[in-house]
Design a protein around this ligand. Structure first.
Ligand SMILES: NC(=O)c1ccc[n+]([C@@H]2O[C@H](COP(=O)([O-])OP(=O)(O)OC[C@H]3O[C@@H](n4cnc5c(N)ncnc54)[C@H](O)[C@@H]3O)[C@@H](O)[C@H]2O)c1
Length: 338
């Protein structure tokens, strides 16, 4: 079975491509590789690599593909605000384009990488039936993409949207802009953890390998169970408030709890329920925030991760790419004075 993964060079995508290869799938890793192709060096001779853009690619690459995992995106709220139009072009229109072309090219299954951010912040426990409350361009683009890709669902084209919790854990394309990962980094670098306000806000979490496994579980399931459906991806026992999480990151690494509070208290908070994915397709997570905190801390200790790698904070890297692009334009327009 041939699976094309857009965003296959990303934080989740690079590990997901590796899991697919391990399971014997024929894998096409499709990405602009904004964070570099080295992220997939361990599997590069076992996957087909396509460096292209979801907005412009030649649909011929979809010939013979059985399933698409659509992960390409500007991948968080702050990056999504750098240029709201580009975010909508990529995260909304780009994904609808991928799904529409996939259907036209006889692909049978399409899985969208959405996010629990579509719930915004609300009191209590949210599940797939809860009202959504997208507060950022990133969250709005996810919801629009869900709606229009799910509308393409038919007997021959199975569409599923996965609303992933906040992800944690080690990946070759590391992200230090995700709560547990940045806590492990600040514990390693500064010996303490920075906590916003009083850290009272709740969030759901999921390990990076576990969230990838949800995509695989979906295409391996009876399609009647998943076609046209939205699932939260995570587990009921991985809703944490930020203060407790900071304690856990210290404990997990055998360090005394030390924190510093910064910024205004953030009272916006939500917890999510993950019963549907477990009841409908038997999905279970295998890793915990404790595992993730240790994994990231150890990767830093063993120099596998560079704490100063500028690509690990997504918004900063995209800002830098925009600057480089603007400088090139300036050079094109004005030439250089030699
Ligand atoms: N990491 C999380 O906590 C989390 C949580 C919920 C949802 N998600 C979603 O999961 C998906 C993957 O997230 P991630 O954490 O791996 O992010 P990531 O930024 O590491 O990966 C996204 C990949 O998409 C690529 N990309 C961006 N624009 C592209 C374009 N126009 N054409 C082709 N490729 C393009 C980038 O080069 C990058 O490799 C995203 O859709 C993200 O919104 C992530």
């Amino acid at each position: 079975m041939k699976v094309l993964v857009t965003g296959g060079g990303g934080y989740i995508g690079s590990l997901l491509c590796a899991s697919l290869v391990e399971k014997g799938y024929d894998v096409v890793c499709f990405d602009r590789f904004f964070f570099g192709k080295d992220k997939i060096k361990d599997i590069e001779d076992r996957v087909t690599i396509v460096k292209d853009d979801v907005r412009f690619f030649d649909p011929k690459i979809l010939d013979g593909v059985d399933a698409v995992f659509d992960l390409a995106a500007l991948s968080n709220d702050v990056s999504g605000e750098l240029d709201a139009n580009k975010t909508l072009e990529i995260n909304y229109k780009g994904r609808v384009r991928v799904a529409t072309l996939a259907k036209a090219h006889g692909v049978k299954k399409y899985v969208l990488a959405s996010s629990c951010s579509v719930y915004g912040f609300q009191d209590g426990l949210v599940d797939e039936k809860s009202k959504t409350n997208p507060l950022t361009t990133y969250a709005k683009a996810n919801l629009l993409a869900e709606k229009e890709t799910l509308e393409l669902s038919s007997k021959d084209f199975s569409v599923t949207a996965l609303r992933q919790a906040t992800v944690y854990g080690y990946s070759p394309r590391m992200r230090f802009d995700l709560a547990i990962n940045v806590m492990a980094l600040s514990l390693f670098r500064d010996g303490k953890i920075m906590v916003t306000g009083k850290g009272e806000q709740w969030r759901p979490f999921v390990h990076v390998k576990d969230t990838g496994n949800a995509f695989i579980k979906v295409i391996e399931a009876d399609q009647e169970l998943v076609n046209g459906e939205v699932f939260n991806v995570g587990s009921n026992n991985q809703n944490y408030n930020i203060f407790d999480l900071a304690k856990l990151v210290c404990e997990a690494n055998g360090k005394e709890f030390s924190y510093e509070s910064f910024g205004d208290p953030d009272f916006r908070s939500y917890k999510a329920k993950f019963d549907k994915i477990s009841n409908v397709i038997g999905y279970k997570t295998s890793k915990t925030p404790r595992d993730g905190a240790q994994e990231v801390y150890n990767a830093l200790k063993e120099n596998i991760l560079d704490p100063k790698d500028p690509k690990t904070v997504t918004v900063n890297w995209y800002k830098r790419l925009i600057e480089m692009q603007n400088n090139l334009r300036e050079v094109e327009l004005n030439g250089v004075l030699l």
